[in-house]
Design a protein around this ligand. Structure first.
Ligand code: CMP
Length: 225
């Protein structure tokens, strides 16, 4: 398994090799196929997870059945710690968007691990602070930005994590359906499709199934502001 991926996880940042190996050995591996659910919003939870390969979506469902995606996460990213630090049920449903491999650590082992390791605890706080900052941006965008602006921002955010630069632009294999992209942006599929088609007609992006090529990052970034 790729130790470089593990090193990106906040849990492992600032740890020497010996400590990282010891922690890795107390974690167990889980694999999901595309579409399988790891856990559901409301479940009791006693583990946190680090993604080693693949992608997951973190979603919530309204009482009338509509779905919203809080985030899409990929290799090196971590989730499942909220129900430890703020004891309560799982705050989101986690579903594999592609075949995915995780390492998991029980909350009990994590607490034991944090004792006397302030650098690791700081890494986790940094992640939580970053998430709160991002969640604030999402709320502000829902209030202040139009749908095309939110679509532009979502594409750039996906590109930061999953983009690969090539001669013809940044290839972003997000692996999301148009419905899932719409759930991530918090708008209807029709409105999101219209925004994407508009960006494509201007030559800013090229649309491909479950992927997009960003050909004009600057214009897209200007539209996202
Ligand atoms: P937990 O509530 O245990 O299970 C669902 C997990 O999703 C949660 O812990 C967090 O790790 C993660 N999560 C919840 N909200 C967000 C968010 N807005 N952005 C990214 N991750 C989140």
């Amino acid at each position: 398994m790729d130790n470089d991926v593990l090193r990106q996880a906040p849990l492992f940042s600032g740890m020497d090799d010996e400590a990282a190996t010891a922690l890795r050995e107390s974690m167990s591996e889980t694999r999901l196929r595309r579409g399988e659910v790891l856990f559901r919003e409301g479940d009791a939870g006693d583990k946190l997870y680090v993604i080693m390969e693949g992608k997951v979506k973190l979603g919530r469902t309204s009482t009338d059945g509509r779905e919203n995606l809080l985030a899409v996460q990929g290799p090196g990213q971590m989730f499942g710690e909220l129900s430890l630090f703020d004891p309560g049920p799982r705050s989101a449903t986690v579903t594999a968007v592609t075949d995915t491999t995780f390492l998991s650590l029980s909350h009990e082992d994590l607490l034991r691990w944090l004792e006397g390791r302030p650098a690791v605890a700081r890494g986790l706080l940094t992640q939580l602070a970053g998430r709160l900052r991002k969640a604030n941006d999402v709320v502000a965008d829902l209030v202040f930005s139009d749908v095309p602006g939110r679509v532009a921002k979502a594409l750039l955010d996906l590109s930061d994590r999953f983009g690969r630069t090539a001669d013809d632009g940044v290839h972003v294999n997000h692996d999301l359906t148009q419905e899932e992209l719409a759930q991530l942006v918090g708008a209807s599929r029709e409105t999101v499709n219209k925004a994407l088609a508009d960006f494509a007609s201007r030559g800013w992006v090229r649309l491909e199934p479950r992927s997009v090529v960003i050909m004009d990052v600057e214009r897209l970034a200007r539209r996202a502001r």
